[in-house]
Design a protein around this ligand. Structure first.
Ligand code: AMP
Length: 465
């Protein structure tokens, strides 16, 4: 199948080939004909599947005729970064049809947004909070909206936006076409879908499965050795595009600083940064100024950066959905990617849940020559281990973990020999620590990276002060 097969205006074809889309992705194959026929659609698809173009193309086709200067389509997205990305896709196709798109989100001045409303736009890509502010102040009217898209509805729910979404919908005409996309379908999102969609068609790509273009590996390691292990892995990887996920904003900030200190071109992306700084980080990572992005889940939600070779979970995500989301940053649009997860004894339940979702055990890996037995008192204690951990919005399991007394290095254990599955006790437990000769050398570490710092340092050198 190719894009000729859809009843799309032929003006789309050169635009599609200019950006390198030759064949539709599976979600585009399924969703575009339904949306062109005016149907409501519930799309169960992860980011990275091409779902943005799956809704942008039919919307532009629909809006090509009709009035200008009124908002005729609203796309609601959970984060500013995702809103900017979606707006970028509208910008690839809309101008050829005289359609203008604008973003609306908080954390930046409202003035340019007000100017856009005055000038007149047909498409708004918005985060819920700021859009609702504008609506309540009558800065913009949504009375002429024909199409509503709720993107990443599960994340809108996670972030507590569903009441805002319902409030926004009250400003829209009842007669409209509605699309709701979500990677997962918690009950609250299902209820929202029942309320806002009119006899929808469901389009499901891969269900809840984890994207098949990504290979997974676990690196069992004691908590106090995570930074050392990360530095070693990064040193050995052949990559200039790696995203590292941490559990908290504080850890993202400090870890990025540490990587910088050790010669890696790293930048943080976390919710305490201003919107301008977040965008600078993301743009710098996209264009290759930075090779490593150290991010929290919220900040990295939905971001689309092509060519990310590795996602490294410095901290195990709290839920399978968060794992799915994180690893969805690599292996995008039919490329392959690798997902490494550092895990400690405390992560057993989360790992079992991910393995259940995957339907198979994840390979355990160790790094040859890495001293998994190094004790915490041999290193400077890192502030990462002592940093604040949020207690809200996390699973009971992770909350109890946050409250657990600090462990000492000796009891934690590091990675042992690679295992198929089962007990997680990391390589490093003294009894089972691999000898240098017998340790499974990760295939990731066979060649030095062009990014690697000039010298190979010891665990002591990597400690965070
Ligand atoms: P999305 O799931 O919308 O975030 O898209 C993920 C990535 O796939 C983006 O980088 C898109 O540019 C890319 N993409 C979307 N559709 C196609 C296509 N038909 N062919 C190749 N790449 C695509």
């Amino acid at each position: 199948m190719n894009f000729n097969s859809f009843a799309l205006n032929e003006k789309f074809l050169p635009l599609l080939s200019a950006i390198g889309y030759s064949v539709p992705t599976p979600i585009q194959e399924q969703a575009i004909p339904l949306l062109l026929a005016g149907r409501d659609v519930m799309g169960l698809a992860q980011t990275g599947t091409g779902k943005t173009a799956a809704f942008v193309l039919p919307i532009v086709q629909r809006l090509q005729s009709g009035s200008r200067g009124k908002v005729r389509c609203v796309v609601v997205a959970p984060t500013r970064e995702l809103a900017i990305q979606i707006h970028g896709v509208f910008e690839q196709f809309g101008p050829a049809f005289g359609l203008r798109s604008a973003t609306v989100f908080g954390g930046v001045s409202a003035q340019p947004q007000l100017q856009n409303f005055r000038r007149g736009v047909e498409i708004l890509v918005a985060c819920p909070g700021r859009l609702l502010d504008h609506l309540r102040q009558s800065n913009v009217s949504l009375a002429a909206v024909e199409v509503l898209v709720l993107d990443e509805a599960d994340h809108l729910f996670d972030m507590g936006f569903l009441p805002n979404i319902r409030a926004i919908i009250n400003y829209l005409p009842k007669q409209r076409q509605t699309m709701l996309f979500s990677a997962t379908m918690p009950d609250e999102v299902r209820h929202l879908a029942l309320d806002v969609l009119n006899h929808p068609e469901t389009v499901k790509i891969g269900g809840n499965a984890l994207v098949s273009t990504v290979s997974h590996a676990l690196y069992p390691v004691a908590a106090h050795l995570k930074t050392t292990l990360l530095l070693r892995l990064l040193e050995d990887l052949q990559s200039d595009s790696v995203i590292v996920f941490t559990r908290t904003k504080f850890r993202a900030k400090r870890l990025s600083e540490q990587l910088l200190k050790h010669g890696f071109r790293s930048t943080p992306l976390q919710g305490n940064m201003s919107q301008v700084r977040r965008q600078e980080s993301l743009d710098g990572f996209r264009c290759g100024t930075f090779h490593i992005l150290v991010a929290t889940d919220i900040a990295a939600r939905g971001i689309d950066v092509s060519g990310v070779s590795h996602v490294i979970n410095y901290d195990m995500p709290d839920t399978v959905d968060a794992y799915t989301h994180r690893i969805g940053r690599t292996g995008r649009a039919l490329h392959t990617g690798k997902a490494f997860t550092f895990c400690t004894d405390e992560d057993k339940a989360e790992i079992a849940a991910v393995e259940r979702r995957l339907g198979c055990p994840i390979e355990r890996k160790t790094l040859d020559g890495f001293d998994y037995r190094a004790r915490e008192d041999q290193q400077q204690k890192t502030e990462f281990q002592r940093g604040p951990r949020p207690s809200s919005g996390r699973s009971p399991a992770s909350r109890s973990r946050a409250q657990a007394p600090a462990r000492t290095g000796g009891s934690m254990t590091a990675p042992g020999p690679a295992r198929a599955s089962g007990a997680l006790t990391a390589p490093g437990s003294r009894a089972q620590a691999p000898s240098r000769a017998s340790g499974t050398r990760s295939t990731e570490t066979s060649q030095r990276s062009s990014l690697a710092p000039r010298r190979r340092t010891s665990a002591r050198d990597y400690s965070v002060r």
